[in-house]
Design a binder for this molecule. Sequence first.
Ligand code: CA
Ligand code: CA
Length: 585
Amino acid sequence: MITGSLIFLFQIGAAAQPNAVIRINQLGYLPDAPKVAVFCALQKSEIGTFVVTDERGTTVLERRAEAGKPFGPCLTTYRLDFSSVKRMGNYHIRAGDAVSPLVRVRADAYAGAADTLLYYMREQRSGYNPLFKTVVHTHDGIVVDDSTRAGKFVAVTGGWADASDYLQYVMTSANATFVMLMAYRDNPRSFADAFDDRGLPGKNGVPDVLDEARHGLQWLVRMFPSDSEMYNQLGDDRDHTYWDLPPTDSADYGWGKGKERPVYPCTGRPQGLFKYKNRSNGFASTAGKYASAFALASSLYTKSDPVFAKKLREKALAAYAIGKQRPGVCQGAPGRAPYYYEEDNWVDDMELGAAELYALTGNRTYLRDALDYASREPVTPWMGADTAKHYQWFPWHNNGHYEIWRLARGNDRKIVAHYYKKGLAAVAARADNGFRIGIPFIWCSNNLMASFATQAFLYRRMTGDNQFREYEQAALDWLFGANPWGVSMVIGLPHAAVYAHDPHSVVAHEMHVELTGALLDGPVYSSIYKNLLGISLHDPDEYAPFNTGFIVYHDDVGDYSTNEPIMDGTANLSYLLTALAPRLR
Ligand SMILES: [Ca+2]
Ligand SMILES: [Ca+2]
């Protein structure tokens, strides 16, 4: 086994030494979409034209390559625009000495991709977990950091582990739930039904995306049990002490290994039981997210489950009211380590909550609130910036603007479309390179990439304006292989052949399973990678020739900064993938 792995690594290492490569979207290109492959050479070089051949080897296009600016390890880049190839089929692109992988042009290039993401969501389930076929984390949890309720047991089993640790956050889980509901609402016929409510194989008459969203909703309901108890986080980074599996999680929170996990409420005050404190000063960032997920769900369940819909409506109204009373952020709570979710914005969350409550109730006060909140943060602040703190501006794009546009009329629609445009323009202004990428490479860069592409897609739908189409496509292509490493950032998508086989995940590592559907954190600035605590590669770096620039990516279990799958980012990508997919029925 070990010998085999070493040979495999050696072969990949040997194969990864070319002077020039052609990077493509391995999932494929839609016939009418812009189609660009990127030529990357590790030294200065020049090419003239590129050639596209079909399956028979017949040349279908020969064109001049468009020189681009260097990017990372690619000291030479050219953009190979083959948009005019619209006939469905398989192609290869040749430029200089480089040959591309198989290029797919298909109307159904994205069919089933969003359903594939759901495999990872199911694998991340707390409560009943279909991978382990047992209930995991059965003792959740005991309230901490609350002057009146500390020590109380609250029944909050369920939801999803956030990433490869087992911490759980309302911040990310409510957004994941919202996005999956939104994806279903806008594209109900693009999702399959092949799994039941427990996540086990077998259809149950419910689209699988709704099975997954409901699993999230049930946990969110438990985390907001009454108007005076709004919980925000389950577990803390003491979880990281042990490298163990969910059913045998031996984290010790002060009352013995494998016992109850701590439950953090929103308090409106800085939190942290030990040395490190966050900067919490309110409830609204969390309250708005509860309100938006509950309100949208209530609308969707009105006919199929009126009892659940009524409960969700009451909780949406209550959560929103709390957010109005207690503006400010309710951040992730650090434990022993300095890292936590440092969300600094809350008007985006209240905007989305208000928009969904307007959709649910028809009460125009909520629409006025939504427009007011929107005007206070027109652009999600990472857009156009070099850097940001960890999850400082979350969600990564503001779905609230799109939701307002769906519901409003006249000039209000133009206003929110213009807000999106300003953010897109700020990122595009930084994208003057061969890959057309303008996001900052902070931790979880793939989430920024997916959100930029989604915002650009929504803007295009809202306005018909195609001025950011090239950048939207470049961000999408990046996620599926048009990046310096030629790696699809989602594990196990059929047709996207090159992806991570050694993610930072104890489940993948110990169980020898592939985390199908998982979106990885993605490349980071090499300066970030070098300064993280306790990070090191376990194996030789098969992508070493491409890790010489300002950003790095490693397919290595030891790299928790670039190669860790992430739940909320995976869910966030589901909207765009289903919007690009054909209807199944
Ligand atoms: Ca189902
Ligand atoms: Ca926010």
